[in-house]
Unconditional design. Structure first.
Lengths: 186, 394
């Protein structure tokens, strides 16, 4: 079933929407959740929460790209669970390493919530990504959006693990420079 | 900002990038691991000796862009003027900086703000005016450069203008691993363009898609020993010559050679560093580079536009190249910004005026926009219009 048809099931309040979503995107959502949480049990709970949230959010939303929509939801839900677990000193998958790498790009200081600045920051990150060659952009998004492990990225891309790490190191540096150039004080 | 916040915010990147990354990679192919194979072996030459050229930059200036079709050209030498103090740039004035017990010398290249790290303190910059024999002392803000140890490199300057300074009073790294650690080359240096040299001849110019594997291979050559007093003219077989430009290191179009018999030569640190990385590593790098590159156009050391000065205005000069063109209807006028002291001093001191034939030199192709406006030129020199081999009298 294609994405449009699945979305229509949600819009029609057809309960087969969730099983159909699970068939097409279950593995996709689970891998994101597992990357972040490490635990299959926690990941399964978050994926189920994702289906529920999808059911309650379509309509009014009508996503063009269902994979990206679901990916966002499961990523957010999983990350919130990660933060809860971290406070409780439990679990953690690949995300701890990913966050340590992203620390290269920020100062680590607490800052005041400024929605407008956050929107501008995301725009700047999009701009950074648009300037990258596709293969490099993929490396970056796989690691820092999907929280894929370096080993997994290396296996899928055919690169050596060391080469992936080096490429990511350089990309983080370029992101930091890109954001600094645009006046972001992170 | 906390790292968790950045991770959280990234959830909102464009859908198309999220979807793109979920698709299968196009696997890299064609590169060869240690021990090499047919593609590398095809490079091997059994015939005799050849000379490795000197590790110095060629000074080739081309006139016009690839699209210009000239019958005449302007013959002009590069200026070899010792500028008076008031005409010098900041780094030309202050060629050394003392900081934290170390002495640094200028690399004469500016570095942009986003490449800089923390403020380290205030250094003492010293300059000498050859005309008045007066010594000048100034306080410079000193900052670290991303990826580089401040024991070797700093950025120093004032009023938002920074230049790269390099500490020469240190021993050469005894191993290649120390070079990698000190200069973080995988971060500060991108290996892109290279030439293939076989039997002493350059057989092609190429552009490499991705140098990550080369740095991976080099990272495993940490024990590679420094060779001093190496005879650069002796036989080393075929080799690749990479062109090296790095704002971090303050270098422009230096070279890094990888020879098939396992040597790495480079002059990016002014000295000709030579390290032995081994035939296997060299072979892997050579075969990978050749298999993962595309043919590229020749690039001169620096670029130029030439023509006759038609107007000198406030902050600009107009140059018309009609008289150089095969077809005069294709003549163009270039608007050259002259607010940079390196250009304005040439106009003033060389008394450049309307009607003069001139050559304007610049280093970055991005400096010349599609509307023929040239910013960031670094020199303008007066010359003589030459028709083929014949000097055209003014």
């Amino acid at each position: 079933m294609d994405d449009k048809q699945i979305v229509q099931l949600y819009l029609d309040r057809d309960e087969s929407a969730i099983p159909e979503t699970s068939v097409k995107y279950g593995q996709y959502c689970t891998s994101i959740a597992r990357n972040i949480l490490g635990s299959s049990e926690d990941a399964e709970e978050c994926v189920n929460d994702t289906y529920l949230k999808t059911w309650h959010s379509i309509p009014p939303h009508k996503p063009e790209r269902l994979s990206a929509y679901l990916g966002r939801l499961v990523r957010n839900i999983s990350f919130n669970r990660y933060k809860y677990n971290t406070a409780e000193k439990r679990g953690g998958g690949e995300l701890t390493a990913v966050l340590d790498e992203l620390a290269d790009c920020v100062s680590g200081a607490e800052d005041v919530e400024r929605e407008h600045e956050y929107r501008e920051l995301v725009k700047a990150i999009d701009e950074f990504l648009s300037d990258l060659p596709p293969e490099k952009r993929r490396l970056f998004v796989c690691r820092y959006w999907y929280a894929d492990s370096v080993a997994d990225i290396a296996r899928r891309s055919g690169m050596m693990e060391g080469a992936v790490s080096m490429a990511l190191n350089r990309l983080r540096g370029k992101l930091r420079e890109h954001l600094t150039e645009r006046g972001f004080d992170l | 900002m906390k790292k968790e916040k950045l991770f959280e915010l990234m959830v909102n990147i464009d859908d198309k990038y999220i979807s793109e990354a979920s698709e299968p990679f196009r696997k890299k192919s064609g590169w060869l691991r240690w021990g090499a194979a047919a593609a590398y072996l095809a490079l091997l030459v059994t015939a005799g000796a050849f000379i490795i050229p000197r590790l110095s930059e060629e000074d080739i200036t081309s006139q016009g862009t690839a699209e210009r079709n000239y019958k005449n050209y302007v013959m002009a030498s590069e200026l070899a003027i010792m500028w008076k103090w008031e005409y010098k740039t900041l780094s030309e004035k202050f060629t050394s900086v003392s900081f934290d017990g170390r002495d640094y010398v200028t690399r004469a290249r500016a570095i942009s703000r986003e490449r800089l790290g923390d403020i380290l303190g205030i250094g003492t910059a010293e300059g000498f005016d050859e005309y008045t024999e007066k010594t000048y002392i100034e306080e410079f803000e000193v900052r670290s450069i991303n990826g580089l140890s401040e024991e070797r490199f700093i950025a120093a300057g004032m009023n938002g203008e920074y230049y790269v300074y390099f500490c020469q009073n240190t021993e050469l790294p005894a191993t290649f691993g120390e070079v990698l650690d000190t200069y973080d080359l995988s971060y500060t240096l991108e290996l892109d363009r290279f030439t293939v040299c076989e039997d002493g001849r350059e057989t092609g110019i190429y552009s490499l898609a991705d140098d990550a594997l080369i740095w991976q291979v080099l990272s495993e050559c940490r024990d590679g020993r420094l060779y001093e007093n190496v005879d650069l003219w002796s036989t080393h077989g075929n080799y690749l010559s990479f062109t090296c430009t790095s704002e971090y290191l303050g270098v422009y179009k230096r070279v890094l050679y990888i020879t098939e018999d396992g040597y790495l030569f480079t002059n990016i640190f002014d000295y000709a560093y030579v390290y032995f990385i081994g035939e296997e590593a060299a072979g892997s790098i050579i075969s990978y580079a050749i298999a993962n590159s595309a043919e590229a156009e020749y690039e001169p050391y620096e670029y130029s536009v030439a023509g006759i000065v038609t107007e000198i205005g406030e902050g600009y000069i107009l140059i018309d190249d009609t008289s150089l063109c095969v077809d005069e209807s294709e003549g163009m006028t270039f608007r050259v910004h002259t607010d940079d002291i390196r250009v304005s001093r040439c106009i003033e001191c060389c008394n450049i005026k309307v009607g003069d034939a001139v050559v304007v030199r610049y280093m970055d192709t991005a400096s010349l926009s599609s509307d023929n406006t040239l910013s960031d030129a670094h020199e303008i020199s007066k010359g003589t219009l030459v028709d083929g081999d014949v000097l055209i009298a003014e």
